[in-house]
Ligand binder design. Structure first.
Ligand SMILES: *Cc1c(COP(=O)(O)O)cnc(C)c1O
Length: 401
């Protein structure tokens, strides 16, 4: 057997035997894996359904049409593009379609939960090619919308790309849209992390507020690695040619041939997302995160935002004097796989932050409920107690101890 197949088997075992609690990760469906591993990956299809640059695309056209129809149906939008290779390329395409280099864009700081592609300065294209301005959260770990509104009035961004990977509380999309509308800016909602919760009605939907929505398809949507860009009715009203601007930014602006196998996998996941079971799943993800947060708080831990209204909790380890790295590594040894994460006002750099981030999407996909969350919280608290008791050095030199 090829060494790689051996390693895949090992990884399969690891995924089955540990608790996957990284909030961006999930288990997809066997049908999605079948589509992604299929012969569809042999075909080149530059262009869009009915307008390809290659012959032999009649069946691929049908597949992409179906994927687009299902994507549009999910949120009732007039337009969807299912070709972006992943979440970051999807956001790149939106910038490319809507702003010129040097123009001002606004997003949430990485250290309080924004994504790299939301204008992180210096090291990302979104912070280098545009004039990026970013907002954080208040001392209490909450977004302050009136502060953001004042900031936006001063900086006048042309585009606000709003989304999060770690802010545990629900967004007020209406407030974001009022801010964007007051300065004539585009509002793009990046719902990569929470799309499945939105579909389930367990998290606020930006559909009536944003002009454009982007999302990955592999996180709470439980599809293959990929992304979708939607143009909403509001977006179409602001600019009737917005759909073609987005499409042209994806191809030929930034990408070549679409990954047809992924497109098929996305279509399968979108069909699953319409089922009543999926709504139940999304609601349970949030219930589980709330239960986990309550149990960890009762165990004495401090949480970002003091709790959660989504699929994740971020534990602030600063009051305990512990490093996110050491706790995350200790938890991995115990079979609880999480990631270290910055917390608001973190004095440490992102590679050695003072928090850990825990998500419930994958463990909920395994059928776990509130009862299991209490058990998991107990284990997490126990591991943190061990780390405290052993007084391990809590700096970067501790990484390999
Ligand atoms: C995951 C994520 C992305 C990037 O997706 P990739 O597929 O990793 O490129 C962008 N924005 C948000 C909010 C995300 O959570």
């Amino acid at each position: 057997m090829d060494k790689i197949l051996e390693l895949i088997k090992k990884e399969e075992k690891r995924q089955a035997e540990t608790l996957m609690m990284i909030p961006s990760e999930n288990y997809t469906y066997p049908e999605v894996r079948e589509a992604v591993g299929s012969i569809l990956m042999h075909k080149y299809s530059e262009g869009y359904s009915g307008a390809r640059y290659y012959q032999g695309n009649k069946i691929v056209d049908d597949i992409e049409r179906l994927a687009v129809e299902r994507a549009k149906k999910l949120f009732g939008t007039p337009h969807a593009n299912v070709q972006p290779y992943s979440g970051s390329p999807a956001n790149s395409a939106v910038y490319f379609a809507l702003v010129n280099p040097g123009e001002t864009v606004m997003g949430m700081q990485l250290k309080v939960g924004g994504h790299l592609t939301h204008g992180h300065p210096d090291i990302t294209f979104s912070g280098k090619y545009f004039r990026s301005v970013q907002f954080g959260v208040d001392e209490d770990g909450r977004l302050n919308y009136s502060k953001i509104a004042k900031f936006a009035k001063v900086e006048k961004p042309k585009l606000m790309l709003i989304g999060t990977t770690a802010y545990p509380l629900a967004f007020d999309w209406k407030k974001f849209s009022e801010i964007a509308d007051s300065i004539g800016a585009w509002l793009v909602a990046d719902i990569s992390h929470v799309i499945g919760l939105i579909v389930a009605g367990a998290y606020p939907s930006p559909i009536n507020y944003a002009h454009v929505i982007t999302s990955t398809t592999h996180k709470t949507l439980r599809g293959p690695r990929g992304a979708i860009i939607w143009v909403t009715n509001k977006g179409l009203k602001k600019d009737p040619v917005l759909p073609s601007k987005i499409d042209r930014a994806v191809f030929p602006g930034l990408q070549g041939g679409p990954h047809n196998n992924t497109t098929a996998g996305i279509a399968v996941a979108l069909e699953k997302a319409e089922m009543p079971e999926f709504k139940k799943y999304g609601k349970q993800v949030v219930k589980n995160a709330i239960a986990l947060g309550v149990a960890l708080k009762m165990g004495g831990l401090s949480l970002y935002g003091d709790g959660t209204e989504s699929h994740l909790v971020v534990v602030n380890l600063m009051p305990l004097g512990l490093s996110g790295n050491v706790v995350a590594e200790a938890l991995e040894i115990a079979g609880v796989v999480v990631n270290r994460n910055s917390v608001p006002n973190d004095p440490m750099p992102p590679f050695y932050p003072s928090g850990i981030r825990l998500g419930t999407p994958a463990i909920t996909a395994r059928g776990m409920k509130e009862k299991e969350m209490e058990q998991i919280a107990e284990w997490i608290l126990k591991v943190i107690d061990y780390v405290k008791a052993y007084k391990l050095p809590q700096n970067k030199d501790a990484r390999n101890t």
